[in-house]
Design a binder for this molecule. Sequence first.
Ligand SMILES: [Fe+2]
Ligand SMILES: [Fe+2]
Length: 269
Amino acid sequence: MRFDWSALPAHWIPGEPFATHVLNVMHLLLPEGERWFVEVFKEALPLITDERLREEVVGFIGQEAMHASAHQGAQDHLVNHGIDPGPYVRQLEWFFRVRLNRPDGGRRWLVSRLAVIAAVEHMTAFLGQWVLDSHKLDEAKADPTMLDLLRWHGAEEVEHRSVAFDLFMHIDGRFANRVAAMAVAVPFLVWQWSRGVRYLMASDPRTTQKPCWRDIVKAGRRGLVPSTPHLVRSTLRYFKRGYHPSQEGSTSQAVAYLASSPAALAAGQ
Ligand SMILES: [Fe+2]
Ligand SMILES: [Fe+2]
């Protein structure tokens, strides 16, 4: 998958630096996060006794590795607009590669990480569905290449939304671990996302706007980012006893997008 960023404006949602940078945080967070998913899933592969699940996990590893490199390209492009993401990204690298690296952690440590990935994949699935549905971004004339990256990635997240959950259920599946993992993942993501937005806004030479919590509520109401009530409701669904990711999102919509994505079509030629 190749995305050509040479014509990407700094504020790719025109006149909307805040909403642009809220979505730009994905390019900083996802490459490291998704590479970490890949490492953890490779570690879990020998424990999988179901052949079909193993195949799905192998497919998941390939998709996440591709997402990481696609967002890496967008991250590298920020430098062309005078925004150096290096200091923020190096902290994330330390967190994922050093802080989360516990070679003697054993099965319990593996289960904890699988539970966190399943929780995060619930969020990537509902965010993926949101971006597939987000007509307000088209109305705001968001850059079509960036929209294609977000929707291609979102569609693949919707498509493989059950894999991490099924793997967690196969290896452990305890409800308490599922709840605890979401309780860890949500504050971490809110913290990192708000740090990322503040970092990008402060580094952006084209804006003097100081972001605050009200901005995210306002941008959500206008449909440029997921709304706060939508985020809260979607997250809470994960705590239902009978939850399964197959109840979320639309596979047919995701597959239809993947069949028409300009970058996916170009890659298939
Ligand atoms: Fe992904
Ligand atoms: Fe994913």
